[in-house]
Write a protein of this length. Structure first.
Length: 248
């Protein structure tokens, strides 16, 4: 099984230290200083990388996509909610430099080709593909052409869809890929994780495998995942669970 080279002498794979990604997502809440605080927390927690998301609501949702449950039983407009959590392009380079000054790898999940190209302009060292985009083969091929390490979440996915995604990467002569077992529930119940999947994914696809953990407990799933063979841990975090953009 091959290893994934993230940068310099840092690899992901069996026999290497577990690579820990602190997933800030969109928990910056539209505030640049808050985004920096998230990076501070990731560094203090001794993560290897901090990760944000780059998307434009207009590219992934219809403005009339409806409402979802919010805090205190209120309904919130999903499209407006997503607009609130967009990461401004002008933040990318300053956040990358700030993360690197703290000893962190700066990783971003792009949700469309334009966003991926913006990330290439600031020379990110790796890309992440979110679970909903695993069947977005044009996006995967577009990113794979950049020949950067790629980490692919597999929530919602069939084995055939994972295979198609990997084939799309390999078709662009990129073998620098790892995949993450992911339970796409928010929060994810501990009993739903079925960590045996990690071993099976490693056996089927012969790539490094990790876990993307959306459970509330900070350590149970990461510890058990490592015991099950995970070489990457992605854990979501926030400054405060009562922030406006944190859903119940």
């Amino acid at each position: 099984m091959h290893k994934v080279k993230i940068f310099k002498n840092r690899f992901i794979g069996d026999g290497e230290p577990v690579f820990i990604i602190a997933e800030a997502g969109s928990n910056h809440d539209g505030n640049f200083e808050q985004a920096k605080k998230l990076i501070d927390i990731a560094a203090k927690a001794k993560a290897d990388a901090v990760k944000f998301q780059l998307f434009r609501a207009s590219k992934i949702y219809n403005p009339n996509c409806g409402k979802i449950p919010g805090k205190k039983g209120k309904k919130i407009d999903l499209y407006k909610f997503l607009e609130q959590t967009e990461l401004p392009l002008k933040w990318l380079y300053p956040l990358k430099k700030y993360a690197e000054s703290k000893g962190l790898v700066f990783i971003v999940t792009p949700f469309d080709e334009e966003s991926a190209d913006e990330l290439e302009k600031i020379s990110v060292v790796a890309y992440k593909i979110a679970s909903p985009e695993i069947s977005h083969l044009p996006l995967i091929k577009h990113i794979s052409k950049k020949r950067k390490p790629l980490i692919l979440s597999t929530g919602f996915s069939r084995l055939s869809e994972i295979e198609d995604a990997l084939d799309a990467v390999y078709a662009k002569k990129n073998k620098n890929i790892a995949i993450l077992h992911c339970v796409s529930s928010y929060p994810a119940p501990l009993e739903d994780f079925n960590l045996k999947v990690i071993e099976n994914l490693k056996m089927f696809f012969q790539v490094p495998v990790g876990i993307s953990d959306h459970s509330k407990d900070p350590i149970i799933i990461p510890r058990l995942a490592v015991l099950s063979g995970a070489s990457v841990i992605e854990k979501h975090f926030t400054l405060d669970k009562n922030l406006p953009t944190i859903l119940p």
